[in-house]
Design a protein around this ligand. Structure first.
Ligand SMILES: [Zn+2]
Length: 316
């Protein structure tokens, strides 16, 4: 098994999950589709996801992402987030994250409301002279977001480094050949034990289930935790079919698109389940019937996550 592909829908209450630029004292929403729908950036979802992992496993995070320690064997932050270290002279200063996250796209056009916040503080009262600094506006909206995470299982806890040919020898080569000659291959320099690999991937799956902790949500309970989720265990790494749960304006999933994607998953030999929460999409009956047709087990999201954890435990 090479990857776990997860695409899901999540309904939010009125919230500002990821604000765009603040103009004056208005915190705006990030919008796309001709400013009709809100979105949450991939970076923001990544941060929330890793914060959720870190809250449950604080002792496994040995550094902060701003100053990466680079210890992939022991530090979950460096292994799972990846890093780009700027210090000179040390090898392995860059790592691509094995956790791929796309932006959360609001699926339906919805009204944006502007909430008025006032700040109260006895201490500040005496010092603050400007009245308007104590008032702020935050744009909020409710929506159903579609989010994706693809977990590149084959690269969790693994570091491969290029085998560099002796530079003296390379100097003799033609200039054009030089770049090709320098890297002779790759060697695995870090490969964590299997139990540790399972622990890390399980932690990511748990964090997807619990996903919360968005920047603007310090005091409210908004989350992007999945309510309808398609989980696929894949023998190749790919990011295909991740828009399969997209909704139209009538809050319907496309039956044709879903049938095509399920067929391809089947041909590839991927194992699939769907976690389902009733009354989220308008054409529920039709969609559930299609899952039955393609023999995709329908369960709750938690059962889906537990199934995926079991698959990983058995396979890795
Ligand atoms: Zn680290």
């Amino acid at each position: 098994m090479k990857s776990v592909s997860m695409t899901w829908l999540s309904k939010t209450d009125l919230a500002n999950l990821n604000s765009g630029e603040s103009v004056g004292n208005v915190t705006e929403l990030k919008l796309y589709a001709n400013q009709q729908k809100p979105y949450v950036s991939g970076q923001s979802i990544r941060r929330a996801l890793f914060d959720t992992v870190a809250r449950s496993n604080p002792e496994r995070f040995l550094c902060s992402p701003e100053t990466p320690c680079g210890d992939v064997a022991n530090c979950w932050s460096c292994d799972l987030r990846g890093f780009l270290a700027t210090e000179k002279g040390s090898s392995g200063t860059r790592r691509w994250s094995p956790v791929k996250v796309s932006p959360g796209l609001g699926q339906v056009e919805s009204n944006i409301v502007q909430d008025l916040l006032t700040r109260h503080s006895e201490v500040e009262k005496k010092e603050s002279e400007k009245k308007d600094s104590r008032i702020a506006h935050v744009q909020m909206t409710e929506n159903i977001y579609r989010c994706n995470v693809v977990l590149d299982l084959a690269n969790v806890g693994i570091v491969r480094e290029p085998i560099i040919e002796d530079k003296k020898k390379a100097k003799k080569e033609e200039k054009e050949e030089k770049a090709k000659q320098l890297v002779k291959g790759y060697k695995t320099t870090i490969d964590i034990p299997l139990e540790e690999k399972v622990a890390r991937t399980h932690a990511i799956l748990d964090a997807v289930y619990h996903l919360n902790g968005f920047a603007k949500q310090a005091r409210s309970a908004a989350s992007l935790a999945p309510e309808i989720m398609l989980l696929a265990m894949q023998d190749t790494y790919n990011q295909r079919g991740l828009d399969v749960l997209d909704l139209n304006n009538q809050r319907e999933i496309s039956v044709k698109k879903l049938a095509t994607v399920l067929k391809e998953h089947q041909l590839l030999g991927n194992k699939l389940v769907v976690g389902w929460t009733p009354e989220m999409v308008a054409n529920e009956e039709e969609i559930l019937q299609l899952f039955e047709e393609y023999r995709v087990p329908v369960m709750t999201v938690l059962e889906g996550i537990l199934w995926a954890k079991e698959q990983i435990r058995d396979q890795v």
